[in-house]
Structures are given as structure tokens and as C-alpha cells.
Design a binder for this molecule. Structure first.
Ligand code: NAD
Length: 466
């Protein structure tokens, strides 16, 4: 039986940050929108990614705070963790946000279809239950899944990816984290703070690829102090499950570590398998990413792709930005492309990392003559008050003809609440401002953001404290 297609202005496949942002933005502009989602709207970010990971990192912060309470004269018992309660709290936060999102989509009159959508050509999307939708435009936002490595079959008990770690009812006593990117460092930090003995195994000679070296050094120092064993430049060759539970992970030149669980965090791959039928003219690259131009247009006219499905930074907020670009293009509003070199990056391990723009190393490699300035949080009054003085702010500016700091190329931070502090740095980089301009703004006192203000003031040639 051939079903009649239901017609919408936009059909979105995938209800994660890329897909729901496209749907909300389009519906807000008065377009009729359908979203096809096989699981729950909110996607990886809400259910298996950003939100649950940050919720557990906050649990780790509370643990550290209670452990350090005595220094403030607050007498409390030494903390212990009941992770099943942490898991319940995480779920409550996730479910509240999920219900909120569902309600918002309903109020915007977005029609959500349950199932797996497949673009079969001619802007037609089929769902496995036989439902057929056609859109004047189609937005592909199927997201990504964790990558795995040969020899490490995910069983949810010993070998875990982020999906399983974030669903644990109990933490292991010991764990190996494979990969020291954003996910690996967040998991290592969270688990270590909650009493897990953690070994990190990273193939590259450094942690946190893409971050400025001075920022990485802050995180590396803190991890070392907290007893996280970080092994860099090591290849992981396999693992041997042990009779009594746990497994022995083999790595490097004949080295091994026996742990209760292994968290594999070696990147995420786009979920383009099965998304495109033969009739679709959408091209996919050899890594599975859907090919797009700078306005997220695929190789099929009227079909867009956003979020983790395309080869751009795998960040929820980048998905939001791409969704807005795609919908504006659909509306004929001539959007500006996302400037991928200047998006904000925030990593929520302890100490936190946040940056926008070029690292010193990348700026030099791109041929810029640079002026840099770093200031530690150690001298910041508010940092001392909150008892968290580890870290720094580093600014990279283009050297002007007079030798002074000109256009700001990058702002990099590690330390207390820097993920919340990055806003000013992000604006400075994206406004292509100079330190002379930014230093004219007043920072509240006492505040953590004074370190950013000081760094900028110092770059004008005359700092107050630095
Ligand atoms: P990633 O690409 O950031 O890091 C993966 C790390 O694993 C790299 O350092 C890589 O060298 C290493 N690696 C790869 N294969 C390995 C192997 N066989 N043995 C040892 N090490 C190996 O990926 P991720 O941390 O899994 O995160 C996935 C994506 O999600 C990234 O794009 C990341 O930026 C994004 N993400 C961002 C945040 C954040 O910004 N807070 C949080 C979570 C995820």
C-alpha cells in the first residue's frame, strides 16, 4: 500500500541539538516542521553526553568541596559517594530538560514522528513504519555515536563508551580511560575525584589535542597531583579479561594495567549509515560525514546537514549555530557561515578549560608574528576566596607594526569556572578587538574575570598588577 506523503516546509531527521534547534528556529519563523526521532528528542547531548557528563562533574565538585570544607572551618564528615543517588539526580535533571524540550516543541506546533528516518530522494523521508514525509527542505541531523577500537568490544560491564559510563549505577574501583580528548579528560577527572584509581592511555604525545600547550600543562599538573596516571604516546593493543572480574589492558612496549573497567573515549563517528536511500543525491565522505558547503547545504539542492553528521567541531552549540544558518538559508536570509576557527570550546574537567580562537602554536604555524601574555589565577582574590587558584588566562594577539599587541587571535583559559568566564574572550576574538579596546572595559572586583582584564591591560603595555 502506498501511503500519501505528509507535506511540511521542513522535515528534520534527528532530534538532537542540531535537529531540534533547526526545528525550533524554523517553527519560530512560522514554517511547518516535522522531526523524525528514533529515541528521545534531546539526542546525545541531553541523554548520553554533555548534560549527564557535566552533572556528574558537578557531583565531583561537591565531593571536593566537602572534602576541603575543614580549611574553611566547616566541620563535616569525610565525604563518601553513593553513585546510585548521583545517577538518580542526573536522571532527574535530564528528564526535566527532556520534558521541557518536548513541551516547547509541542507549543511551537512541531510534529514529532517516532522512528528511523531515511531520505529516499525528492525531499522524501520514509520511516520504517511506512510513514512518508516530504519537505520543501530537509535537514539531516542524525548525529554521531562513540567510536570503538579493535579488540575492545563494548559489553557495558568491563568495556564502556560514554553511553555506558553515564548510565553506571556504581563506579568501578579502578579504571583505564583510553583517549585523553575532551571526553577522556572529563571522565578521568570525574572518576578520580570520586575515588576511582584512574589510568589514562593516550596515543598522542600530549593530552587534549587542539588546546594551547600552556593550558594543557595546567590540566596535566593537576591530574598528576591528584594521582591520575597519564600515559602518553602509548598504543593500546588489546585486553585480557580476568577470572575474578576486570581486565588487563595491554599497551606500549609490553606494559599492562589491570582494572575493573575500561572507558573508551577515542572520538565519535557520524551516524550516516542507512540514512540515505539510493534516490538521495547527498554525498558522504570516506569517513562517513555528509559533505556540505559553508552554509550546510549538501550536494542535493534543498537538503541540509548539521551537527555531528558533518565534519565540523562536534559541539552541541556548533550544531545550534549550523541549524540557524541552514534555516536562515532556507528562508532566503543570506546567513553568514559559522566561523569554525573562532567557536567557543569548553571542557569541564577539573581544572576547567575554555578557549576561542587560535592557540599560540597554531597562530605561529599560520605565519602570525604574535604577542602573548599569561596571567595565573594564583594572585586573583576571588580565586583565593573560593580556594581554587590553579590555572591561568592566556591571550594571543597579532603583533602590530609598532611591536604592540594588535588584533586578538586567541583567548585560552584553564581554572575556576573558566567555562563561564569565556564569554568576554569569545567576544574579543570574534569582534577582532585589540587589547587597547578590551582593556577599557571594567571588570567587577573581586571577580575571577579580573585575571582576563589584567591580561588585557598588561598587553596594552601598562598592567595594574601584572
Ligand atoms: P577526541 O577526538 O577529542 O579525543 C580522542 C582522543 O583519543 C585523542 O586524543 C586521540 O589521540 C585518542 N586516541 C584515539 N585512538 C586511540 C587509541 N587507539 N589509543 C589511545 N588513544 C587514542 O574525542 P572524544 O574525547 O571521544 O570526544 C568526541 C567528540 O566530542 C570530540 O569532537 C569532542 O570535542 C566532543 N566533546 C566535546 C566536549 C567538550 O567540549 N566539553 C565534551 C565531550 C565531547
Amino acid at each position: 500500500m502506498v501511503r500519501t506523503a505528509q507535506q511540511f516546509d521542513i522535515v528534520v531527521i534527528g532530534g538532537g541539538p542540531g535537529g531540534y534547534a533547526a526545528a525550533l528556529y524554523a517553527a519560530g519563523a512560522g514554517l511547518s516542521v516535522a522531526v523524525v526521532e528514533k529515541d528521545k528528542v534531546g539526542g546525545t547531548c541531553l541523554h548520553r553526553g554533555c548534560i549527564p557528563a557535566k552533572e556528574f562533574l558537578e557531583t565531583a565538585t561537591v565531593f571536593r568541596t566537602v572534602a576541603g570544607a575543614k580549611e574553611f572551618g566547616v566541620l563535616a564528615d569525610p565525604p563518601a559517594i553513593d553513585f546510585s543517588v548521583s545517577q538518580q539526580r542526573k536522571q532527574k535533571v535530564v528528564d526535566q530538560l527532556w520534558k521541557g524540550l518536548e513541551g516547547l516543541m509541542k507549543r511551537r506546533k512541531i510534529t514529532t514522528f517516532a522512528g528511523t528516518g531515511r531520505l529516499v530522494g525528492n525531499h522524501t523521508v520514509e520511516i520504517e513504519d511506512g510513514t512518508v514525509l516530504t519537505g520543501t527542505s530537509v535537514v539531516l541531523a542524525a548525529g554521531s555515536v562513540p567510536r570503538t577500537i579493535p579488540g575492545f568490544d563494548v559489553d557495558g560491564r568491563i568495556v564502556l563508551t560514554s553511553d555506558e559510563v553515564l548510565a553506571l549505577e556504581q563506579l568501578p574501583a579502578t579504571a583505564a580511560v583510553i583517549g585523553a580528548g575532551a571526553i577522556g579528560c572529563e571522565f578521568a577527572s570525574m572518576m578520580s575525584d570520586l575515588g576511582v584509581q584512574v589510568t589514562v592511555l593516550e596515543a598522542l604525545p600530549r593530552m587534549l589535542p587542539g588546546c594551547d600547550e600552556d593550558v594543557v600543562a595546567v590540566v596535566a599538573r593537576s591530574f598528576k597531583k591528584r594521582g591520575i596516571d597519564v600515559r602518553l604516546g602509548v598504543q593500546v593493543s588489546g585486553h585480557k579479561p580476568q577470572d575474578g572480574g576486570g581486565t588487563t589492558v595491554l599497551f606500549g612496549e609490553g606494559e599492562q594495567v589491570t582494572v575493573d573497567a575500561v572507558a573508551v573515549s577515542v572520538g565519535r563517528r557520524p551516524l550516516s549509515d542507512g540514512l540515505l536511500g539510493d534516490g538521495a543525491a547527498v554525498e558522504v565522505d570516506d569517513r562517513g560525514f555528509v559533505k556540505v558547503d559553508e552554509l550546510c547545504r549538501t550536494t542535493e539542492a534543498g537538503v541540509y546537514a548539521v551537527g555531528d553528521l558533518i565534519a565540523t567541531p562536534q559541539l552541541a552549540h556548533v550544531g545550534f549555530a549550523e541549524a540557524i544558518v541552514a534555516v536562515k538559508d532556507i528562508l532566503g536570509e543570506s546567513p553568514l557561515p559559522v566561523d569554525y576557527g573562532k567557536v567557543p570550546w569548553c571542557i569541564y574537567c577539573h581544572p576547567e578549560v575554555a578557549f576561542a580562537g587560535m592557540t599560540e602554536q597554531a597562530a605561529k604555524a599560520a605565519g602570525f608574528d604574535v604577542v602573548t601574555k599569561k596571567d595565573p589565577f594564583a594572585g586573583n582574590g576571588r580565586a583565593m576566596i573560593v580556594g581554587d587558584t590553579e590555572g591561568l588566562v592566556k591571550v594571543i594577539a597579532e603583533k602590530g607594526p609598532d611591536g604592540r599587541a594588535g588584533r586578538i587571535l586567541g583567548v585560552h583559559m584553564a581554572g575556576p569556572w573558566v567555562t563561564e568566564q569565556l564569554g568576554q574572550g569569545y567576544l574579543a576574538v570574534n569582534w577582532e578587538a585589540t587589547p587597547d579596546e578590551v582593556a577599557a572595559f571594567i571588570q567587577p572586583h573581586p571577580s575571577l574575570s579580573e585575571t582576563f582584564g589584567e591580561t588585557m591591560l598588561a598587553l596594552t603595555g601598562r598592567g595594574l598588577h601584572a
